[in-house]
Design a protein around this ligand. Structure first.
Ligand SMILES: CC(C)(COP(=O)(O)OP(=O)(O)OC[C@H]1O[C@@H](n2cnc3c(N)ncnc32)[C@H](O)[C@@H]1OP(=O)(O)O)[C@@H](O)C(=O)NCCC(=O)NCCS
Length: 196
């Protein structure tokens, strides 16, 4: 895992981004996790987003992790949230998340050990709001952060059997590097990477 000048998750260094749903959906704000954000809300979002992979018989950590694990992971990297602002009497809520530069307790794949590589993980968008560009906004945020930190490539680990997900990344310039077996999953992971 490369050493990076990682700001704390509570740093205000990240710029806000916004997206419009075709039609009249409110703007989405992308920002760092704040100490007042609800960890259970993030866990719930992850479980809902990864339910598709769980239904495929896969066991992604994000699809079944408890709140303590969500918290540990969030503070071991820079956790960005996509926020749907309050509107029409409904409170603001977390509708997406991505974790940049997670420092994992488990040994990572060889590609992640290269000094010029950074990575992201725990990437999810509320299933009710997928396909609207929120994922793209979150990806653009971590690609920007990786460049700021001096990385030449941004990498990720995904469940190899999820063919549609692989195509999602390939359409965004990511390419396959190698496979890896994490100790906490029941599938082979595919390591993808993109030159920044
Ligand atoms: C991967 C994920 C974060 C992408 O988020 P998103 O907000 O749907 O992403 P975007 O809207 O930017 O792009 C979605 C793509 O799917 C297409 N799409 C269309 N309808 C869709 C739908 N109902 N649901 C999902 N995607 C749809 C979009 O047009 C877009 O296509 P493109 O690749 O040609 O641009 C989201 O699908 C998700 O949470 N998946 C489950 C968890 C997961 O697999 N995470 C990644 C682990 S490595």
């Amino acid at each position: 895992m490369p050493a990076k000048p990682t700001p704390t998750p509570h740093s205000a260094s990240a710029a806000a981004s916004s997206a419009k749903k075709p039609g009249n959906t409110p703007a989405i704000q992308i920002r760092l996790l704040d100490k007042d954000d609800s960890i259970p809300e993030i866990t719930h979002l992850l479980h809902r987003a990864y339910a598709g992979q769980m239904a495929m018989g896969l066991q992604p950590l994000a699809g079944r992790q408890d709140d303590a694990t969500t918290k540990r992971r969030c503070i071991n990297g820079e956790c960005f949230l996509a926020i749907l602002p309050a509107a029409e009497g409904k409170p603001a809520r977390i509708v997406g998340t991505i974790l940049f530069h997670e420092v994992e307790p488990d040994q990572g794949p060889p590609w992640f050990q290269n000094k010029h590589i950074d990575s992201f993980s725990q990437f999810a968008v509320d299933p009710d709001l997928q396909g609207l560009g929120i994922g793209r906004l979150l990806l653009e945020m971590v690609e920007r952060r990786a460049k700021e930190c001096g990385a030449a490539e941004l990498a990720l680990s995904m469940a190899e059997p999820d063919v549609n997900l692989r195509q999602f990344y390939e359409r965004r310039g990511y390419r396959a590097i190698e496979t890896w077996k994490w100790p906490y999953t029941n599938y082979t992971s595919l390591i993808l990477s993109k030159a920044l």
